[in-house]
Ligand binder design. Structure first.
Ligand SMILES: [Zn+2]
Length: 43
């Protein structure tokens, strides 16, 4: 199992930005985030 601090937060696949906001964290170990640059959602 993944530890909380092992959840990876990848850069945006569209614009490669690391500026994101957490959208959902109920699908652990996956964390759904929304890119603040282009608004795309990704894991
Ligand atoms: Zn983006």
């Amino acid at each position: 199992m993944f530890e909380p601090d092992e959840i990876e937060t990848a850069a945006c696949p569209v614009c490669n930005s690391n500026d994101f906001q957490v959208a959902y964290d109920r699908f652990k170990p996956y964390l759904v985030v929304q890119c603040q640059s282009c608004s795309v959602y990704y894991l």
